[in-house]
Design a protein around this ligand. Structure first.
Ligand code: SF4
Length: 326
């Protein structure tokens, strides 16, 4: 993350303040002016794995639409009007199971520099009622805060809007980058957590469990609403033992009574993405466990329900049932 050898810039993006900041930050990178980000990002025959080893940056201007209805497979936490938005495409981490590798043809990171247009779209949506928005689904905004401070920008924006509820999801331990901000009632900081050995094996480049737990503890101490996302639960050998011990570790550090809520999600993926990614990732056994394809074309484990119930039972020892989703 400390440097990108190349930055591709849409000609029309160059004068945006965000583009200028990023270019200043990476002044040694080779700059290539392009017509449209899709000319680079959507090129055929790209090698996602090779690009992951040497990721390039693309600065672009996003045209409408800015907001998309929340996907069925994602938890809405009881909120109406669930939408997501993607101010950045792709992520600096490299989780074996990441659905982005089946979604995008390229591993390069696209930053949309016209953040104000995203905010404008949110305002227009809010004219029609409340909005539950997730801007950190197709990326990890907090992990990228050192490149472009979009986590802070979204938090500051949300703090000034009535009727908006926002979830900022992350695997980052980079809480220090936003610790100067006052907690905002409209914002939930959501950490995805996996057992230490699962994170080490399948969540390449992401911070350790311990580092994430320290970040959560600090955020809670500062008064933020914190969500714990226990997904994807993976069917590793001895999963009962591993996931049981994991929860004990989490709540030995995180004060359960201060946690806003939590969700549980057993590994699941759209059938087409599953096929594409399992072909791409011959370096992992994460797709080797027995799966079934459920109604709606969602691939998951045969014993998904058993895993969910097991985890739910254990989590209920720490959190009241009304604060557990999924
Ligand atoms: S943190 Fe999320 S978005 Fe980033 S690589 Fe992992 S699964 Fe993908």
């Amino acid at each position: 993350m400390s440097k990108f050898s190349h930055i591709y810039i849409e000609e029309r993006a160059t004068n945006y303040p965000v583009a200028q900041q990023v270019l200043k930050r990476f002044s040694d990178s080779k700059r290539v002016i392009i017509r449209h980000y899709k000319d680079v990002f959507n090129r055929p025959h790209q090698d996602f794995r090779r690009q992951k080893a040497s990721t390039k940056l693309i600065l672009a201007v996003k045209p409408e639409p800015f907001l998309y209805p929340g996907p069925e497979v994602c938890e809405s936490f009881g909120n109406q009007n669930f939408y997501y938005t993607s101010p950045i495409l792709n992520c600096i981490y490299d989780c074996h199971y990441c659905y982005l590798q089946g979604l995008y043809p390229s591993a390069n990171i696209v930053i949309f520099v016209n953040i104000e247009d995203f905010f404008g779209a949110v305002d227009r949506q809010l004219e029609g009622g409340t909005l539950y928005l997730c801007p950190s689904y197709d990326t990890d905004l907090l992990a990228l805060e050192g490149i472009v401070p979009y986590a802070s920008r979204w938090i500051e924006f949300a703090g000034t809007r009535q009727g908006l509820r926002m979830e900022l999801r992350t695997k980052s331990a980079n809480y220090g980058a936003i610790a100067h901000l006052k907690p905002v009632e409209q914002v939930i900081l959501a950490w995805s957590l996996s057992p230490g050995e699962v994170a080490q094996r399948y969540e390449r480049l992401a911070p350790t469990l311990k580092a994430r737990l320290s970040a959560i503890k600090a955020a809670l101490q500062d008064g933020w609403q914190v969500r714990l996302c226990f997904e994807p639960l993976l069917k590793v050998d001895n999963w009962q033992q591993i996931y049981g011990k994991f929860l004990d570790e989490v709540f030995s550090i995180v004060p359960a009574e201060r946690v806003f809520d939590a969700n549980i999600g057993v590994f699941r993926m759209n059938k087409e993405q599953f096929k594409r990614i399992s072909r791409l990732r011959s370096d992992t056994d994460v797709f080797a466990f027995p799966t079934v394809c459920r109604e709606g074309g969602v691939v998951t484990y045969e014993d998904e329900e058993e895993m969910r119930e097991f985890f739910y039972r254990h989590l209920s020892r720490y959190l009241p049932q009304e604060r557990i989703y999924g």
